[in-house]
Design a protein around this ligand. Sequence first.
Ligand SMILES: [Zn+2]
Ligand SMILES: [Zn+2]
Length: 371
Amino acid sequence: MAADLDLPIVYGIYVPTGELRHVTDVENGKACDCVCPDPHCGQRLIARNAGTKRIPHFAHESGSCAWSAEYLISILAADVITESGSITFPELTFFDEEKGQRVCRSGARRIPMARAELKELSGRQAPDVVVTWRSSSGSERSFAIVFQLRHTVSDDEVKRLSEHVEGVVVVDLRKHMREAKRRMADKHYDRAEMASRYQDKRLIRSFLLEDRPKYKTWAYSALAERLHAESAERKEAAEKRERRRREEKERRRRAKEERLRREREERAERERRRRQGREEEARRAAEERRREAAEERRREEAMRPENYGKYLPTILPLVDQQERPAMDEFGRHWVRCESCGKVAPDREFSLYGGNGRLNLGTCTECMRKRR
Ligand SMILES: [Zn+2]
Ligand SMILES: [Zn+2]
């Protein structure tokens, strides 16, 4: 983001010793013998510590530079951490995909640090404060502390840092300054004075060592990212289990439906066969009745004297022998009348039969005429 704050600095590098010196601890004017703390700038500074209108500060010989304030704060911060041997990390939260909300992994905690160094990792023109924690077994983990005052910390800078450290904590002095300005809205607000306050080890110490959740946040945390990824995996596994459970439920529902459908079909098929059996039986019974009726009609036909002639061709050879009775298919015994020669069933005869004349007799008519 564009630099929108032209901030004075209150420390310079005192050329004879190479150490930081406060503007009130040097000669006024060019005689201060100081240069800008930012080596990329390196301009000679002019101490303005005798004025009454402005607070004591250093001016650049040929115009102020962009990064000197942040450079200076990084140097002071590394000193503060080295001196205290610790830093308070802000609350660490991560988005738990499984719970669908942000959860706290650990509250703000003061952690002992093995060392603090200035390293240029983020690509900013001010160094990053890299603090290193050492476990009892000797393994180390590094974190970067980045101050945001005249320049905001960009996503690209955080990404570059994340390749070197386990976490990036941004100390937002801009926010602190904005709020201070708001609080002092109707009073006298001196930006130069405000800015100079941040170049003060006591204030830097309060930001680094106290829990100031409003101004200190994790811009990156390998742990939070891992926890987030793990929660996403758990969520996916839970969704997979739920999907399988639903699929299994659906499979069982379909199987039950299929079984019921088969049972319904089998019942329908049995019912169809029973009906078919009954129909077949009825058909056979009707056929039988028809057959019996036809047989009955044929028998009745056969019994009529006017139809006797029809049977003669088959019965005559039987009638004209006397070894066996001449029986037709209806069980009638046919006899020949010895008087008129008529051949007819035995009911038309008054007498018939006898030894050697089984199929011979005298018909009722001839017997009547004889009387
Ligand atoms: Zn400078
Ligand atoms: Zn006769």
